[in-house]
Design a binder for this molecule. Structure first.
Ligand code: ADP
Ligand code: MG
Length: 693
């Protein structure tokens, strides 16, 4: 693997390629656009576009696309070739600055949550020059934001970029109070990606996996994850080959794929990249998911990114590691070595604590989806209650601040907590708390709620904006202070006292925590229909508008789109289930019991009693009748969705009426799977799928 440095970024139009291929002044202008957001003038854009095209063609590209992230959660692209008619029937390859900067995909079929009537369907994509263009499948991909012609946001990238500006502005104000001049503070993100790999041949025989990404039926295999032998276990050679190729493909695209290991459930794995600036990390995570699926296919696998593909074993999440750092490379969530750097650290920590408490609902709903509802609170992932883990040592510092007493560190040295002598804060050395949704892990927070299939843009937009708001309030207050040290101490103490209910260092899987959280007045938004309506709570609308992230109408459209997506997901699952019941499972049960019954009759003719078979026929017949009844109930429930109601009501209907009917059908079908002979069951079982060689 000596070629890794050459391979890395070989399909990316990155700074070294720009330097090599662009005239000096053009490179400078582009760099200014990338770092300061200054608009690119047309002549410069034309030169950049032409250089990009020549580079892309030299790498085998024939097409280009504006690569964007509509509200569907996946990425979208429409490919155009570079060809332009030339003289004498020939073609020339062209790509203009205009085509680089702006695209106009027909936007009418992307969800807009009522923002855009189809008659005014026009939307446009605009280049995000902070994210490098890259080549994928012989196509030059230009990362872009997506807006309607009236300027309304239709995608996930635009609000993310706005939230990054908001937190940068406020963090710079705060740093100024500590005597630091700083142009830009960026949030950094390292999203750890969990996934399942299963055999393509099994997948092909399961309509539920094909249509919904998860198994809607399936009795537990005799072995699950109880032996704890898969986590960090040795990797199957076929999977190893997949991971090697995945790394190679990701490296070509400039993704810092770093760590690969087996996860807890059989067939479950994880890839962790090295963290990057948030919008690049988001783009790269979207790419990672796409590349995972493609590479899996080449190795005879299917990569499942669903949050809960199999009942009874762990589902998959995406841990969003999040921090803040200055343009000088200082990580603002890293406890410092001196009292004053610790005061700064404590102020940023306090901002995160306050933000997490005040915007628990938003943080929770940023991880809400039909798929993730199966995971959160299922004793394998954090509960649906947002709380923070800060570890014992930092916990002691916070306790001391709250009680106003002296902080005594682990070595029992007495220290004052006045700002001028704030304690040294040791890096957390205690055991990692794996059950907390939002854990401080030494120099960053790990938000563990997002589901594996999520676009992390939404989560980070919310984290950035909420923390920006607290920093704004802190800066407003401290800029007025006469005695900065005294004002700082008072602020930190006051805010930690007010918001310490959000800190919980215990076991998040424990039922006692749910009670305790209730006593503390924390939200417990157990399902997506409970969580999403908080998007448009007054305080949340105020937050988004104050920082210029969304207008109230845009927030409303997001709530609508996501609630609608929740209902549609369950609707597809219900209909897939019905189809499988009618065409596969019920016929298999009828056929098998008939065969056994014929055996009983034949034996009877020669005077042999067959009580075991007869009993089996009876049981299967009874359960088949119950399953047929469950199928009828589910049919009725699926047909009974209140048609003209608002999205909130429909979503609740799916949760309260359709999901229970699906669960009942599955329960009976899974019992029947245990009774019907293996060769008579119409699809691969959990044992087949999860324990391949
Ligand atoms: P683990 O949590 O498995 O012990 P690490 O703590 O090293 O591993 O990192 C987990 C993830 O957190 C990685 O994707 C890593 O890049 C990311 N990470 C580390 N530091 C930061 C940071 N300052 N900001 C954002 N993400 C970070
Ligand atoms: Mg981790």
């Amino acid at each position: 693997m000596s070629k890794v440095p050459e391979l890395f970024g070989s399909m990316v139009f990155n700074e070294s390629v720009m330097k090599e291929r662009l005239p000096k002044d053009v490179f400078k202008a582009l760099k200014k656009t990338m770092t300061e957001g200054t608009p690119l003038d047309e002549t410069v854009a034309n030169i950049v576009a032409n250089a990009m095209k020549d580079w892309a063609i030299s790498k085998g590209a024939t097409h280009y696309t504006h690569w964007f992230q509509p509200m569907t959660g996946v990425t979208a692209e429409k490919h155009d070739s570079f060809i332009t008619p030339g003289a004498e029937g020939a073609v020339i390859m062209e790509f203009s600055g205009k085509e680089l900067i702006k695209g106009e995909p027909d936007a009418s079929s992307f969800p807009s949550g009522g923002l855009r009537a189809t008659f005014e369907a026009r939307g446009y994509t605009a280049w995000d020059p902070t994210s490098y263009a890259f080549i994928k499948d012989n196509t030059l991909c230009i990362p872009t934001a997506f807006c309607s012609y009236t300027g309304q946001v239709l995608d996930k990238k635009t609000p993310l970029l706005r939230s990054m500006d908001a937190i940068s502005d406020q963090a710079c104000r705060v740093l100024k109070l500590f005597g630091k001049e700083c142009k830009r503070v960026t949030t950094t993100v390292g999203p750890e990606q969990e996934y399942f790999l299963i055999n393509k041949s099994d997948y092909a025989k399961r309509p539920d996996l094909i249509l919904t990404g998860r198994t809607l039926f399936g009795a537990p295999a005799p072995k699950g994850q109880e032996m704890e032998d898969h986590y960090f276990g040795s990797i199957r050679p076929r999977v190893k080959a997949f991971m090697a190729e995945l790394d190679e493909e990701l490296w070509k695209l400039g993704v810092y794929s770093k760590t690969e290991h087996n996860e807890v459930a059989p067939c479950q794995h994880e890839m962790a990249p090295i963290f990057e600036t948030t919008n690049i990390a988001t783009d790269h995570n979207q790419l990672t998911m796409e590349v995972m699926k493609k590479v899996a296919n080449k190795h005879g696998f299917v990569c499942l990114l669903h949050e809960k593909p199999f009942a009874g074993v762990n589902g998959s999440g995406k841990h969003n590691n999040w921090s803040l750092s200055t343009d000088k490379g200082e990580n603002l969530l890293e406890p410092g070595n001196t009292p004053s750097s610790n005061a700064q650290f404590l102020l940023f920590l306090t901002a995160v604590i306050k933000a997490t408490d005040e915007y628990q609902d938003l943080i929770r709903l940023s991880a809400a989806s039909a798929g993730n509802d199966h995971r959160l609170g299922a004793h394998e992932a954090p509960p649906a209650i947002v709380s923070m883990y800060i570890g014992d040592e930092l916990g002691a510092v916070v306790d001391a601040l709250v009680s106003g007493e002296d902080y005594t560190d682990a070595k029992k040295t007495k220290m004052d907590i006045g700002v001028s002598v704030l304690p040294n804060i040791p890096k957390d050395t205690s055991d990692r708390n794996r059950t907390s949704p939002f854990a401080f892990t030494g120099n960053k927070f790990e938000f563990r709620m997002p589901g594996s299939a999520f676009n992390v843009a939404c989560t980070n937009t919310i984290l950035n904006t909420a923390v920006a708001e607290e920093l704004r309030q802190f800066a407003d207050e401290l800029e007025q202070a006469v005695d900065f040290d005294a004002a700082l101490t008072a602020l930190i103490q006051r805010e930690i006292r007010a918001h310490k209910r959000i800190i919980f260092n215990g076991n998040g899987y424990d039922d006692a925590w749910i009670k305790e959280a209730g006593k503390r007045g924390l939200h417990n938004l157990a399902s997506t229909p409970d969580a999403l309506p908080h998007y448009t709570d007054k305080k949340n609308l105020q937050l988004f508008t104050r920082h210029g992230i969304y207008t109230p109408i845009e927030v409303g459209s997001r709530e609508e789109i996501l609630l609608d997506e929740y209902g549609k997901t369950i609707n597809i699952e219900a209909h897939t289930m019905l189809d499988m019941l009618r065409k596969l499972i019920l016929p298999a049960c009828v056929k098998y019991s008939k065969e056994v019954a014929e055996g009983v009759a034949i034996k009877k003719q020669i005077g042999v009693d067959a009580p075991a078979e007869a009993a089996l026929v009876r049981t299967i017949t009874e359960k088949t009748a119950a399953l047929a009844q469950a199928e009828r109930t589910l049919t009725e429930k699926a047909a009974g969705v209140p048609a003209r109601s608002i999205a909130r009501i429909r979503a609740r209907y799916y949760r309260d009426e359709v999901l229970p009917a699906m669960e009942e059908a599955r329960r009976i079908a899974d019992e029947l799977e245990g009774l019907v002979a293996k060769d008579a069951w119409p699809m691969p079982t959990y044992s087949d799928i999860l324990f391949y060689i």
